[in-house]
Design a protein around this ligand. Structure first.
Ligand code: NAP
Length: 323
């Protein structure tokens, strides 16, 4: 493996590994699984770990990373760790406290990347999803640009090496990019991206602004019951992915991951299974042809697994526009 090909330079000069290990897990799975899987991922060669305050596994991820540092497998600087600001902490006075809570759980001094997780602010408090008596989410009316300025302060304080956003559409990215007095632009936008929703237009826009697109759900998501329609098609069962897998003697999962790398997308892959984790790192060992890439482009149908319909009444709901 050529390590040069495994990193992309961000607009602020830091480098992000092209393949990341996803750590979101379903509530019913015990947290101890996260410790185990994260250790396996680091041993297998993953150097980029994607997590978030709201996933509630930062303690476990921190434990796994520190144990791999202690046994000499890696140094802290070899690991690229991403955390995300949760929506109940968007108020500029709260932004740094969310990051500090994450750092405390991780027992880290800094994160490599800190993202605004979602462009919708919710009422501050300990509830992750504050709801009214009718079960509707209670929002907070805040200017995303003010939240961004607080993110910039986290970078200046050395608590986050790089800062970016997640689930932003073009309009929201432009709002930050055009903010008067912008100090740092977002280095990346992490969004749902896979062969059924390849984000072609958003990707082109991001590339034109030197913003890296990071793909989540590249393997079709974990089909979490709260967010994903259980009747939606299973991505890895797609016959075209299956045929290309056969042609390249790889799995459909590897074809789906490789597709993203070859179009300049940084890709996340989640799994708690040792065999899958070890397989996913093999994405650097083969190449798709131009023709394969065209065939995979042809699978796009602008289909989102995670639509967050319950928030579609909010003016900042990011998934209403075409991109
Ligand atoms: N920014 C955001 O709002 C946001 C939203 C969602 C996710 N994310 C991030 O993105 C990460 C990835 O997304 P995701 O968790 O939805 O899942 P994903 O990466 O799309 O993976 C979905 C499922 O694919 C299966 N899989 C993995 N490797 C495989 C292999 N080699 N062969 C066959 N099946 C394989 C696993 O299921 P089985 O174990 O059952 O086989 C896994 O649960 C998350 O963990 C999180 O870090 C961010």
């Amino acid at each position: 493996m050529n390590s040069e090909h495994q990193y992309v330079q961000l607009s602020d000069g830091h480098f992000i590994p092209r393949l990341g290990f996803g750590t979101y897990k379903l509530k019913e799975v015990p947290n101890s699984k996260t410790v185990e899987a994260t250790k396996i991922a680091i041993e297998a060669g993953f150097r980029h770990i994607d997590c978030a305050y709201v996933y509630q596994v930062e303690e476990e991820v921190g434990l796994a990373v520190r144990s791999k540092i202690e046994d000499g497998t890696v140094k802290r600087e070899d690991i690229f760790y991403t955390s995300k600001l949760w929506s109940t902490f968007h108020h500029p006075n709260l932004v740094q406290s969310c990051l500090e809570r994450s750092l405390k759980k991780l027992r880290f001094d800094y994160v490599d990347l800190y993202l605004i997780h979602f462009p919708i602010a919710m009422k501050p408090g300990e509830e992750l999803y504050p709801k009214d008596e009718n079960g509707k989410i209670i929002y907070d009316s805040l200017d995303l640009c003010a939240t961004w300025e607080a993110m910039e302060k986290c970078k200046d304080a050395g608590l986050a090496k790089s800062i970016g956003v997640s689930n932003f559409n073009r309009r929201q990215l432009e709002m930050i990019l055009n903010k008067p007095g912008l100090k740092y632009k977002p280095v990346c936008n992490q969004v749902e991206c896979h062969v059924y929703h390849n984000q072609r237009k958003l990707l082109d826009f991001c590339k034109s602004k030197d913003i890296v697109l990071v793909a989540y759900g590249a393997l079709g998501t974990q089909r979490y019951k709260e967010w994903v329609d259980q009747n939606s098609p299973v991505l890895l069962d797609d016959p075209v992915l299956g045929a290309l897998a056969k042609k390249h003697k790889r799995s459909p999962a590897l074809i789906a991951l490789r597709y993203q790398l070859q179009r300049g997308v940084v890709v996340l892959a989640q799994s708690l299974k040792e065999n899958e984790i070890k397989e996913n790192i093999q994405v650097f060992d083969f190449e798709l042809t131009e023709e394969d890439m065209k065939v995979l482009d042809g699978l796009n149908r602008n289909f989102r697994y995670v639509a967050m319909q319950s928030m579609s009444d909010h003016p900042n709901y990011p998934f209403a526009d075409e991109y």
